[in-house]
Design a protein around this ligand. Structure first.
Ligand code: C2E
Ligand code: MG
Ligand code: MG
Length: 580
């Protein structure tokens, strides 16, 4: 243990003066007096012990008399020699200005070489001939030291990986930002293991703990010089690099660690990380901001499918301001009923009759412009406004279904789009069943569309929630099927009622044989699994004919009808009814 702290303060000055006075009066009295004190006391001059009381003898493991004449540094641990010498020198200097006491903690050693933590209080005195003499009170504080260390361990270290924890990470970051100045670029990384929840869910938490330990070990091995690694909690780790260049190489090494399989017990599997990087001082000047930005970048990496890294990019101030304004406008807009639904028919390929309609949200600004959902839904998802907005869509659609049912359109199915955030923030099952009850509707008249990429954000939980909705009797469609990053893994746990083949396939299949093969295969697969297939974005006769040959069930697109307001769609539906 190196010296931990040293402070000079006027310790019981009056008592010391008294002792000194009496010591001048009678050397015997001085020695007697010191013998009575239970703390170890030594008097030393020019680095040599002149007197030690019995307690000092016991502390150093020698007879008190034998201590006399020994150099004081013999009982100071080598780590602290310099410190003791410099403190004594300082005391001598300070004595001139009247300061006489000094307290500090050093590592000392007993005569058999055992080290111990010592708390010392020293008083600098003058002998009759004017030479400085030091009285040192020494107390063994090893137990207190150990307690302090174990409390520090608990407060600052993670028991599972033995890495520093989040508190220590923040403290360390604050420490290094304080020294070193802002011309030195540093990197702050947040690493989260993708889909780690499934490791825990499938193999249990004890197994998950072993995996976290293994990842901690690999990070420690690969991060290298100038790095500080902490376990922030769960499957999240934080890394600080003293130098941005070090970080670039280290990040590559860290990523390579995940190319190797993780072996726990008899299981061997691969995991991937999502890493977010923030750079000091570019992305923040303090620990909290840097960590927040690294976290945001990590979520960007996750949202783009995981297994990679993203650097934080400061949004331009005007984008931020625009978003703040847009968010406020949306909230007011909902209260002022500026949002409304359009409906687009879904047509049965064989009968050419409308079997359902999809409700598509629109926002009409006070100046008249109609805003597309692709402009406002992403922000609504970010801010959480999607929750009240989604609730509005659900109730508006239910109200419309109830009206249409009164007109005799009882077999019509109405689809609404829901986003992943609605599953995360609300009990969608409860909201849907309450809405159906409120509008006295059978569940089979409602279809919930969720995009495949939304399912992939949290496949297991979303699949479980969709399963419950299906059990309730509501239809569930996977929207934009086949687009972007997807895996059919969730189909093992949950079979939707319908898949909606993404319009990009429909548009390209006419000129691209491979796209054609994909669409045809998707349709066959869906039929094998008893799912209905809707093709989105059908714009031409040619596309329709091709889909018909492929035995697609339902089509939707501008070829038949643009999204229209409820009144126009109603007329169209009633006309169709009349023809029958
Ligand atoms: P989506 O659910 O895949 O809806 C289909 C989109 O394609 C709609 O765009 C529709 O107008 C458009 N579309 C339909 N037929 C054709 C066609 O033949 N060709 C082309 N090029 N486009 C066609 P819209 O209405 O702008 O909606 C865009 C997306 O916004 C929707 O995609 C859906 O993901 C989302 N959205 C719409 N309403 C809501 C809502 O109430 N809640 C949520 N969470 N998302 C919604
Ligand atoms: Mg849709
Ligand atoms: Mg779609």
């Amino acid at each position: 243990m190196a010296k931990r702290q040293a402070r000079s303060e006027p310790l019981q000055q009056s008592t010391w003066q008294e002792i000194e006075q009496r010591a001048f009066d009678s050397r015997d009295t001085r020695l007697d007096l010191l013998e009575f004190i239970p703390d170890a006391i030594i008097l030393h001059q020019d680095g040599v012990i002149r007197f030690a009381n019995q307690a000092a003898g016991q502390l150093f493991g020698l007879d008190a008399k034998t201590l006399q004449g020994q150099p004081i540094l013999r009982f100071v641990h080598g780590n602290c020699h310099m410190q003791v010498q410099s403190d004594l020198f300082q005391m001598e200097n300070e004595m001139i200005s009247g300061r006489r006491t000094h307290c500090g903690e050093y590592q000392m050693v007993r005569s058999d070489g055992t080290p111990f933590a010592a708390e010392t209080s020293c008083l600098m005195m003058q002998t009759r001939d004017g030479r400085p003499e030091v009285v040192s009170f020494i107390r063994d504080v090893t137990d207190r030291q150990r307690l302090y260390e174990s409390l520090t361990q608990i407060a600052y270290y993670d028991t599972l990986t033995r890495l520093p924890n989040r508190n220590r990470f923040i403290e360390y970051l604050e420490e290094i930002l304080m020294v070193g100045g802002s011309d030195r670029k540093r990197a702050i990384l947040v690493l989260d293991v993708d889909r780690f929840k499934y490791v825990n869910d499938s193999f249990g938490h004890a197994f998950g703990d072993s995996v976290i330990q293994e990842i901690g070990k690999r990070l420690r091995m690969s991060a290298g010089m100038g790095s500080f690694i902490a376990r922030m909690g769960g499957d999240e780790f934080g890394l600080v690099f003293d130098d941005i260049e070090l970080a670039r190489d280290a990040t590559k090494r860290v990523l390579r660690q995940f190319d190797k399989p993780i072996q726990v017990e008899e299981h061997e599997f691969y995991l991937t990380p999502s890493i977010g990087i923030a750079e000091y001082p570019r992305d923040g000047k303090d620990a909290a901001t840097l960590l927040k930005h690294a976290d945001i970048a990590m979520y960007w990496a996750k949202e783009s499918g995981g297994n990679g890294l993203r650097e934080y990019v400061q949004p331009p101030v005007d984008t931020w301001m625009r978003n703040v304004q847009l968010d406020a406008n949306m909230r007011h807009g909902l209260a002022r009923q500026e949002f409304f639904l359009l409906y687009q028919p879904k047509v049965d390929v064989r009968t050419r009759r409308t079997v359902g309609v999809e409700a598509l949200l629109r926002w009409q600004l006070p100046e008249g412009r109609i805003v597309s959902p692709t402009e406002f839904i992403p922000l609504a998802e970010q801010t959480g406004f999607i929750v009240p907005l989604g609730r509005y869509v659900l109730h508006q659609a239910c109200r419309q279904i109830a009206l249409w049912r009164k007109l005799g359109l009882t077999s019509l199915v109405v689809s609404i789009n829901v986003s992943a955030k609605q599953f995360q923030h609300v009990n969608l099952l409860k909201e849907v069943s309450e809405a159906l009850k409120e509008w006295s509707l059978p569940p089979s008249c409602l279809d919930i569309e969720i995009t495949e990429s939304a399912v992939m954000q949290n496949p297991r939980d979303t699949a479980a929630a969709l399963c419950k909705l299906k059990e309730l009797g509501v239809r569930v469609s996977i929207d934009d099927f086949g687009s972007g990053f997807s895996s059919f893994g969730y189909l093992r746990e949950f079979i939707p009622t319908t898949i909606k083949i993404d319009q990009s396939f429909v548009h390209r299949m006419v000129s691209d044989m491979r796209e054609q093969a994909i669409v045809s295969t998707l349709i066959q697969m869906a039929h094998h699994l008893d799912m209905e297939v809707v093709a989105e974005g059908v714009e031409t006769e040619e596309q329709l004919a091709m889909l018909q040959t492929m035995r697609c069930d339902v089509v939707q697109g501008f070829y038949f009808c643009q999204p229209k307001d409820a009144g126009l769609v109603e007329r169209h539906l009633l006309d169709e009814e009349a023809i029958v």
